[in-house]
Design a protein around this ligand. Structure first.
Ligand code: GTP
Length: 597
């Protein structure tokens, strides 16, 4: 294809502002998919994405469009994830295209992820076309939102396209804007092949599929290619494009986006950001490298039923084939037996993986407290990365501990600002900035990541009735007074409940955890002490009294159905319990005990 007739773009938006709906409309209006094959949200492939309405994997689609100037254009859309956990995927796919549509809900205005994502686009030097969506809603105020885009983001919004992705108003204008306002890609057809590895995933039929953006030269079926960073070479089996279904073609030229397959065994063999060239007459310099995505949140996953360990191992290895950012390692816990220590990009990522294991693979799991990576500076000068509080070295050898910090941006309507400030303060936050965008306050906080990984987002939503939006970036490590808190149940430490806490908050956290556990652990035939301890020092204690009588006793043998129900309920409850020494702890206790409220 002639370079001047190609436009590559992405759509950036806050969650729910209508990115997927707009993408579907563009596909529909250009007849890329026959009407009868159209299902809502073409680009979101996984079921869980559809259910939760979130986009996880970057996807791409090729649209052919005859513009008002009478010429035929090829438009390549890269779909990017909208959630904070996947910020890295957003930034890397942005590098594969030249422009962005900035979609903002005209009834809501700019939100935290609008900002975060548009900054990725600006960093990638994109030409940006503002699109004001949902103008069909009575509450839509496109003029005010256009003004807000100019004030807050600092880009010109006078020519913003007004649309309703739902009713179809303005979609044709969006297509014209893509052609007339976004730049064509540049590239040299005669230079050696240079292509960017944008993304990769595992397909049950085709093996590893690699999404590529050709910069210079041509990529053909049968070519021998080399990944410049890993230095691995492969013969190309197949080259193609997404319309949005995969379709084989003969060649991808400069400026084009498409896929290749090449008998690559696992996703881990493909490094996102790597440069692909030919084995013979390859290009000399690779593209500037990308930082690999690093897991930031870790937790242990254990089967409720020990006999399911092998199933869990298999399920995890299948999932990690398709997700290079999900790291796993075998872990044994004195209390929980065999399981895995897993690393995730963030909490949503953790939830998605846990949900898939439970639903698609039908494995009941105990998830231990999420933890971040601490840097433990030892007295002998070495630094240890601590992923699991249970592995905390003996304090006599520790000089100091550093924890990861984040820079969080929160946008919130005025009336909830006080609650948000209090929440951030309670989580050891340091306020960096407070400004206004219309009737919304924008606060920037420096927060410890470990105060955010657990239930910060849920709390933020609940104190603001869902009106706050939140985004964060990692912001280095800092020393603080951190200690490991252990929980002892019936005098035995339960390592899966160990957490790292700030010294000043240890008493409060300890008290709240033992109180909650007292509620969550059922009574036994004997008294059970539940304690929180730091080192050898007990900081909080509760006692769960012994069970006096048989649970069915109060039914007086009269009402059999009620008795049976009670027994059934007990049995079901039992399935989700784990034995710790002589005590049974229900599965849900591991997470519930940690909630702060
Ligand atoms: P993520 O994939 O989660 O990032 O969301 P998204 O930005 O792709 O939003 P999506 O397209 O899923 O739309 C969110 C909701 O807004 C859906 O319920 C849509 O039906 C609705 N919606 C999208 N566009 C319009 C519009 O123009 N008008 C109205 N009234 N609703 C719309």
């Amino acid at each position: 294809t002639d370079l001047s007739k190609i436009r590559n773009f992405s759509i950036v938006a806050h969650i729910d502002h209508g990115k997927s709906t707009l993408a579907d409309r563009l596909i529909q209006l250009t007849g890329t998919v026959a009407e009868r094959d159209m299902s809502a949200q073409m680009l979101d492939t996984m079921d869980i994405e559809k259910e939760r309405g979130i986009t996880i994997k970057a996807n791409s689609v090729r649209i052919e469009y005859k513009a008002n100037d009478g010429e035929n254009y090829v438009l390549n859309l890269i779909d990017t994830p909208g959630h904070v956990d996947f910020a890295y995927e957003v930034s890397r796919s942005m590098r594969a295209v030249e422009g962005s549509l900035l979609v903002v809900d005209a009834s809501q205005g700019v939100e935290a992820q609008t900002l975060a994502n548009v900054y990725h686009a600006i960093e990638a030097d994109h030409e940006i076309v503002p699109v004001l969506n949902k103008i069909d809603l009575p509450a839509a105020d496109p003029d005010r939102v256009a003004e807000q885009i100019e004030d807050v983001i600092g880009i010109d919004a006078t020519d913003a396209v007004h649309i309703s992705a739902k009713t179809g108003i303005g979609i044709a204008d969006v297509l014209e804007a893509i052609v007339t306002r976004l730049p064509a890609p540049k590239g040299d057809p005669d230079a050696p092949l240079k292509a960017m590895l944008v993304d990769s995933w595992y397909d049950a039929y085709l093996g590893v599929v690699v999404l590529v953006r050709v910069i210079d030269g041509h990529l053909r079926k049968g070519d021998k290619i080399r990944m410049m960073n890993t230095n691995a070479a492969y013969p190309v089996d197949r080259v193609g494009v997404f319309r949005p279904k995969m379709e084989n073609i003969d060649v991808l030229g400069p400026g084009e986006l498409g896929f290749l397959t090449a008998s690559i065994k696992q996703v881990a063999d493909t490094r996102v950001g790597d440069t692909i060239t030919h084995v013979k007459k390859g290009c000399e310099k690779p593209l500037p490298g990308f930082a690999p995505s690093q897991p930031v949140v870790f937790c242990g996953l254990f089967p409720v039923d020990n006999a399911e360990f092998e199933d869990l191992r298999e399920a995890i290895s299948k999932l990690s084939l398709n997700d290079a950012s999900f790291s796993t390692e075998m872990e044994t816990s004195a209390a929980l037996g065999f399981g895995f220590r897993c690393g995730f990009l963030g909490l949503l990522h953790l939830e998605v993986i846990r949900d898939r294991l439970e639903r698609e693979y039908d494995i009941e799991l105990i998830t231990t407290a999420p933890s971040v990576i601490y840097h433990i500076h030892m007295r002998d000068g070495t630094v240890v990365d601590l992923h699991n509080p249970a592995d905390m070295p003996d304090l006599t050898h520790v000089d100091h501990i550093e924890e990861p910090r984040i820079k969080a941006t929160i946008l919130v309507p005025d009336e909830y600002l006080g609650d948000v400030l209090k929440l951030c303060q309670d989580r050891r936050g340091i306020q960096l900035d407070l400004t206004y965008a219309g009737t919304r306050a924008m606060v920037v906080y420096d927060l410890p990541l470990n105060e955010v990984v657990f239930d910060f987002y849920d709390r933020l939503k609940s104190v603001t009735k869902g009106y706050a939006s939140f985004d964060y970036q990692m912001d280095g490590y800092r020393e603080d007074k951190l200690v490991k808190m252990q929980i002892l149940v019936n005098d035995e430490p339960v390592d899966a409940l160990s957490i790292m806490v700030h010294q000043d908050r240890a008493d409060m956290r300890g008290r709240s955890m033992v109180e909650k556990l007292k509620e969550l652990i059922p009574q036994h035939q004997f008294k059970i002490p539940i304690q929180a301890a730091i080192g050898g020092r007990i900081i909080a204690r509760e006692t769960l009294s012994a069970l006096r009588k048989d649970v069915t006793a109060k039914c007086y043998g009269g009402d059999m159905s009620r008795k049976r129900k009670l027994l059934d309920k007990q049995k079901a409850g039992k399935k989700k319990m784990r034995q710790f020494g002589k005590v049974e702890i229900p599965q849900q206790a591991f997470i519930s005990a940690l909630k702060m409220d």
